[in-house]
Each structure stands twice: as structure tokens, then as C-alpha cells.
Design a protein around this ligand. Structure first.
Ligand code: UT7
Length: 332
């Protein structure tokens, strides 16, 4: 498989230092640490306190470049994934390009929800093997607090803010990915922009009904239990298919780096894969769910903890709104 893989040359992340524990949520909605901790695995999570989404992404990207020893001028492509951008236009990748000083980089933002980093890694690899891209800066940055409904106890306790980044180049090791989506589940998790209302709009659209109520503007709505059921099936299936494409059995994996949405989802997915929980990296206790940023933040923690050795087979696996899902196996 020589010459088809990717190398992650450096990882970086950024977490706001404003950590909010479960007891603080009990002050604003009818919940408790006793409910949140066993049901989700979350103990505390960082919430932005002055940061913006692109600034967190730039900070993570700068750290990844420094650790990789790569000059920002060498970056050919900046790929940013997010569901919580600061602007509809321009893309955050353009804003980050000028901040980091990557004048020759083309800039793309992609929205693949919580599966964004996995989709982004696969897109990066395709650009890297297209011939004229040698260095990709992949950044997943999210400010879920921007779209969270803090009156809804079933969602507000889940989310945090942060960013993770990777410098990606072609590599020698094996690679396999399986990505997909089931758009029939789009209504299970969404956040709608305000409806159009120009001076020339005489017949404005009305919000659709969702769960018997009009869709709200700019607030995340989720049918948690339905997404849960989707996730525990989609995650192991995606891992198995990605492994098959890499010519690997799941038992040969050293690490599973799952999307950090719920500890029970991770436990069930690992059980269905026949792998022990010790092989899953868990950071949800102190990050909460940061959509596409959770996987690169977890990966960065693993690097900083010295958990990854050259040659380790690692799978990253996510699921989220869309409904999207995907897994990518790499050799570290
Ligand atoms: O990145 C992908 C994003 N989405 C997800 O990953 C979501 C996946 N889903 C989940 O993680 C879980 O479904 C949740 C953690 C969101 C909810 O857990 P659950 O075990 O599926 O609970 P439920 O929604 O079935 O609710 C059970 C009960 C309900 O009360 P009743 O109707 O039985 O009286 C809820 O109202 O728990 C109640 N509840 C809460 N109680 C205290 C829901 N949220 C809370 C809360 N505190 N924060």
C-alpha cells in the first residue's frame, strides 16, 4: 500500500479556559450532575468567553504548524470544517489564511457536521494525491454555544466550544475510509437560518413544523434518542468498512478515536466492534460534544500524552447532523 497514505505531521488544539461544570447547568435548567454524568459521560466543558470560531481555529492551526515544523508559507490548502462559522461569507479558511500568513493556500470551508474532521481528512488526501497540493492545514473549529438553546435541558448540557487542527501530507502507510450520509434523517438535528424577508418578499415562507412546533431560528434542535440509535449502528459499520478498504481487520487497530457525543454511544460502538473500551480515546468528560472539533482535539491529546507510536493503526469515526457518518483508518 506504499504511496497511498497520509502523514499527520503535527496536531494542535485550542480550548477556551472558561470551563462550566454540570452543577452550573442545574442553576439554569431542571437538571443535575447525577443525570448528566452517567447518561452522557460529561463532567465539564469549555464555553467560549471572548473567542470567535475563526480565532480558535487559527490558534489550533498555528500550534499544529509549529509542532510540524512547517512554515505557514508552505501550506497549499486550508480546509476548515464547522457548523458554527462566524460568517456566511467569507469562508473562515480565508480569514485564517491571512491571520496565519499562508498566501499561497487555497481556502475551502466544509460543513459535514460532527463528521467534518473525518470528511476533511479524506478530502485532504484526495487533494494531496491530485498532484499540486503537498501540504494541507485541516482545521475543525466549533462554537456550539452560539446555536445552543439554553432553555432546553435535553441539548444544552451536551455542548462545548473548541478547535483542533492537523498538518497533513502524503505518507507511506495504509489508508482506508468509508464516508456516507442519510439525508432522510435531516430533521433529527438541525439549526435553521432566519427565513428571508426582503422589502420585495410579499409571500415569505413560514417555518416548517418540527415536533409539533414551528422551527426556531438559529437554535439547534435535536431528537437525541433517534440520533443515538443511528450512531450506535453507523459507527461500527463505518469502522468495519474503512478497515476492509485498508485491508485490515478491526482487531488489528491500536486505537479508536470516536466522536465524543455520549460515553454510552462510544461503549456500545466498541462492544459492537468487539474491541475493549481501553482502545477508545475518551475526552468527553472534559470537552463535551464540540461537533467536528472533538476528534482532532482527542487526537491532539493522544499525541501530547505520548499514546501514539509510529505504525499504530488508528481509526477516527464520527456521526452527526445530516445525518452524516464516516471513518478513516490511518497508520500513525
Ligand atoms: O454529535 C451528535 C449529536 N447528538 C448526539 O450525540 C445525541 C445522541 N443522544 C444522546 O446522547 C442522548 O439521547 C441524550 C443524552 C441526548 C439523552 O439521553 P436519553 O437517555 O436518550 O434520554 P431521553 O431523551 O430518552 O430522555 C429521558 C428523560 C426524559 O424525561 P421523561 O420524559 O422520561 O420524564 C427527558 O426529559 O430524561 C429527561 N432529560 C433530562 N433530565 C434531566 C433529558 N435531558 C435531561 C437533563 N436533565 N439534562
Amino acid at each position: 500500500m506504499a504511496g497511498t497514505g497520509i502523514t499527520i505531521c503535527g496536531m494542535g488544539s485550542y480550548l477556551p479556559d472558561n470551563f462550566v461544570d454540570n452543577n452550573a447547568y442545574a442553576q439554569i435548567v431542571d437538571t443535575s450532575d447525577e443525570w448528566i454524568r452517567p447518561r452522557t459521560g460529561i463532567v465539564t466543558r469549555p464555553i467560549a468567553n471572548g473567542e470567535t470560531t475563526w480565532r480558535m481555529g487559527a490558534a489550533a492551526g498555528r500550534r499544529a504548524l509549529e509542532r510540524a515544523g512547517v512554515d505557514p508559507k508552505e501550506v497549499d490548502l486550508i480546509l476548515v470544517t464547522s457548523v458554527t462559522p462566524d460568517f456566511l461569507t467569507p469562508s473562515m479558511s480565508c480569514v485564517i489564511q491571512q491571520e496565519l500568513g499562508c498566501p499561497d493556500a487555497m481556502c475551502i470551508d466544509a460543513n459535514c457536521a460532527c463528521t467534518g474532521f473525518v470528511y476533511g481528512l479524506d478530502m485532504a488526501r484526495r487533494y494531496l494525491y491530485s498532484g499540486d497540493v503537498d501540504t494541507v492545514l485541516l482545521i475543525s473549529t466549533e462554537m456550539l454555544s452560539r446555536i445552543t438553546n439554553y432553555a432546553d435541558r435535553s441539548t444544552c448540557v451536551l455542548f462545548g466550544d473548541g478547535a483542533g487542527a492537523a498538518v497533513v501530507r502524503r505518507g507511506e502507510g495504509l489508508y482506508g475510509a468509508h464516508l456516507g450520509a442519510d439525508g432522510t434523517g435531516y430533521g433529527l438535528m438541525f439549526c435553521r437560518l432566519p427565513l428571508p424577508a426582503s422589502p420585495f418578499t410579499h409571500n415569505p415562507p413560514q417555518p416548517d413544523e418540527i415536533y409539533g412546533r414551528p422551527e426556531p431560528d438559529e437554535q439547534l434542535v435535536m431528537a437525541g434518542h433517534e440520533v443515538y440509535k443511528f450512531a450506535v449502528k453507523a459507527m461500527p459499520q463505518a469502522v468495519e468498512k474503512a478497515c476492509a478498504k485498508a485491508g485490515l481487520a478491526p482487531s488489528e487497530l491500536k486505537w479508536v478515536v470516536p466522536h465524543q457525543a455520549n460515553i454510552r454511544i462510544i461503549q456500545t460502538a466498541m462492544k459492537n466492534l468487539g474491541l475493549p473500551m481501553e482502545q477508545a480515546w475518551v475526552s468527553i468528560d472534559h470537552t463535551g460534544n464540540m461537533s467536528s472539533a472533538t476528534i482532532p482535539i482527542a487526537l491532539d491529546e493522544m499525541v501530547q500524552a505520548g499514546a501514539l507510536q509510529r505504525g499504530d493503526k488508528v481509526v477516527m469515526v464520527g456521526f452527526g447532523a445530516g445525518l452524516t457518518y464516516g471513518a478513516a483508518v490511518i497508520e500513525w
